[in-house]
Write a protein that binds this ligand. Structure first.
Ligand code: 5AD
Ligand code: SF4
Ligand code: FES
Length: 362
């Protein structure tokens, strides 16, 4: 039996097991993907749940060194959807049976912004008969703010840790208190304490990132006991500081393959969590998201931001769906998912089974 086959039989993986799985190629890699696909089918079924993604503003106070819409990038045309536009997008999701939306924006933490999001959550809940699920992806906030948004009706929160290597975190962020690794960790703890379903994740293939780092990232997600995960390949953006290290990067295809392996290994390690097929996968491979669904992902975030704004939410280059609108992505995805042997979980929230089971026990 091959070394990979031996590892795949184990109950738990060590750091070195994960590194071996990340290094697997050829038949070994196929063995990994076969196992993760099998576990997906057994544990969460071959159902893909939609989260309609509304990127409602690209105005950001922060300066993450990898991100195309960082505050210091003056080439970005900044936009901010009106409340009416946002509610209309949420209605589109509701009418098309998406059951859940994600409100995402650049990171702001001022009072006006916090109040606005509170109002939006309440209005969206009301306009959808309290039926639509609301996930937030609005970065680091205070406990009070997280609690307020939770009380208004949001029930899931996405906050990627980006990397669990605190030194690497420092390398890819400016050195100031707004970009602090410890704060990011504390925010994740707060979200869990408040009762959100918590999603985290990392970028794969960053400059200076090693296989040990990636193995530790997966172990972190297991120990922290996350409910949802979104991992995508790092894609360089020419208007960011990290672009200067592009010569250190693995080829894009390699970063893509590595992300698929991360997803497959995580599905085996955390069998019943929700794992997103990130849009960044499709920036590298036209069939990227479908490939992720086949080997373990069960969540897709169709972009339902009004078409005219999409071009200005480019965290990375080559972002797909920037010239399409919500209708076009809707029919495109339907066709794509039908090719993956999965069905769409129409009208169901598709909450993390992991979260549900955890809360039954306590
Ligand atoms: N490449 C890939 N992912 C990126 N993100 C930001 N910039 C990039 C990039 N250049 C991801 C981060 C962030 C999420 C919203 O987008 O992980 O948390
Ligand atoms: Fe702002 Fe998020 Fe981009 Fe960082 S990753 S600069 S917080 S939008
Ligand atoms: Fe947007 Fe295919 S999903 S164009």
């Amino acid at each position: 039996m091959s070394k990979i086959a031996e590892i795949l039989k184990k109950e738990t993986f060590t750091q070195s097991d994960i590194i071996s799985l990340l290094e697997s190629e050829g038949d070994d890699k196929q063995l990994l993907f076969k196992e993760s696909a099998k576990i997906k089918k057994e544990q969460v079924e071959n159902i893909v749940y939609y989260r309609g993604l509304i990127e409602f503003s690209n105005i950001c106070d922060k300066n993450c060194e990898y991100c195309g819409i960082r505050a210091d990038n003056s080439n970005v045309q900044r936009y901010n959807l009106t409340n009416e536009e946002i509610i209309k997008a949420a209605d589109f999701a509701y009418k098309n049976c998406y059951a859940s939306i994600v409100l995402q924006a650049g990171e702001l933490a001022n009072k006006v912004f916090i109040n606005r999001v509170t109002t939006l959550i309440e209005k969206i809940k009301k306009s959808t008969n309290n039926e639509i699920g609301i996930t937030l992806s609005l970065g680091e906030q205070t406990e009070e703010t997280y609690q307020r948004w939770f009380n208004s009706g949001a029930h899931r929160y996405l906050l990627r840790i980006e990397t669990t290597n605190s030194n690497l975190y420092k390398e890819i962020h400016p050195n100031n208190i707004r970009h602090n690794f410890e704060t990011r960790l504390q925010c994740l703890e707060l979200l869990k304490k408040i009762g959100y379903q918590v999603g985290s994740g990392v970028m794969v293939g960053l400059p200076f990132q090693t296989y040990s780092d990636l193995a530790n990232d997966l172990l972190f997600m297991k120990i922290f006991d996350i409910d949802m995960c979104g991992m995508g390949p790092y894609i360089e953006h020419s208007e960011t500081p990290l672009y200067q290290f592009r010569h250190l990067l693995e080829p894009k295809e390699k970063r893509f393959e590595l992300t698929l392996k991360m997803i497959a290994i995580l599905r085996i390690m955390m069998k019943d969590i929700n794992i997103a097929a990130s849009t960044a996968l499709q920036a590298i491979d036209p069939m990227g998201r479908e490939k992720a669904i086949k080997i373990g992902a069960n969540i897709i975030m169709p972009n339902i931001t009004p078409g005219k704004y999409r071009n200005n939410y480019k965290l990375y280059e080559n972002k797909p769906c920037t010239n399409e609108d919500a209708e076009e992505c809707n029919s495109c995805l339907e066709m794509r998912i039908s090719l993956t042997d999965n069905e769409i979980g129409d009208g169901k929230w598709g909450d993390s089974l992991h979260f549900i089971k955890k809360n039954l026990q306590t």
